[in-house]
Design a protein around this ligand. Sequence first.
Ligand code: GLV
Ligand code: MN
Ligand code: MN
Length: 400
Amino acid sequence: MTLPVQPDRFLADLHKLRSFGASGTGKGVVRRAYTPADLDARDWLAEQIAAAGLTPHFDEMGNLFGLAEGPSLLMGSHSDSQPEGGWLDGALGVIAALEVARAAKEAGGPAVSMVSFQDEEGRFGVTTGSAVWSGHMSQEAADRLTDTDGVTLAEARAVLGDRVAGPVEQGRFTGFMEMHIEQGPWLDAEGDRIGVVSDIVGIRSMMITFEGEQNHAGTTPMHLRKDAFQAMVTFAGRLNERFRNVVTPSTVWTNGHVTLHPNATSVVPGKVTFSMQWRDAETDRLGRMETIIRDTAREVAEETGMAVDFGDMLWLDPVAMDGRLKGALADAAEAVAPGKWREMPSGALHDATNVAQHMPVAMLFVPSIGGISHDFAEDTAEEDLVTGLKVLAGAVARLG
Ligand code: GLV
Ligand code: MN
Ligand code: MN
């Protein structure tokens, strides 16, 4: 049995989705969760879902489901973007799911539902929409999260208005499959067309604040300063040294967001708040890194006479993909791209991590040109997008 997916229809919808929040720079998009561009995209997607004969359904978080009747396989990803997002991160998995669900409906089965999760890219948290849907985070805790402008998630999601239809039971789905771009260099560099994911790394993320003393940048002698920026730089450098004996070549850590107060050229900064995120395939190592982070920050604060504060830690543990679903993807990959696929881990986070708490999950990657993602320049050859779609459809047909 094959599923009659239509590559032209799939590519046309993928480009249409790109028009919501198109950045004007290359193919990039700016579609932060709950912004007008995100909501317009979700409203358009709801129309396509209805046209495909599925039932569009928004839950309280703004996760948009396209529901088939009865028990069904769930497929999808997210349609929100990073502040300078690529056109495929998330969008590819959503539109591939739409096309497979639509083709399955036209073929008279199997039953396939789809979803676009909300705030995967973390305007507020980490994979927030699927974290709440799966019960990893309560709605109340999520509502207290704030974005970098101080807007709470509760305030942001109020724009959903009467779109919200209520909760969606996890039990109606038999499994979850997510297609995504690799977002790393390996498939592109080594000429493979498909990656079948083995596991997804775990992540820890929190905000750290050093508070020193704001003062005049011309009159305050260096030895009397409590410069919060200097504390952050010392901390970051010392952390790199201390991690050396703990990490592997695939462990990563990032300070991606910094707020300096008052952020003025002639003022010794009195306060710095920055993000501290770390990722690894092993839960134990993530814990050892957390201890080093907290100890090092306290040590720097003590040496410099400053205060240090740690925000709530957001976390997701590493997750292995389900053997049966992964096997169906591998069989389909060998049929569509013989000898041109590999099994590989995911260093990026995905909604599949949260969904795995309720059902078997599996993921499929296509190459990212030059390994670029979370950037307007992100892209994938259209031929590879279509190869991925065919592998996904082939896996669904195999699973029946
Ligand atoms: C998801 O976009 C991630 O940060 O891995
Ligand atoms: Mn993504
Ligand atoms: Mn992303």
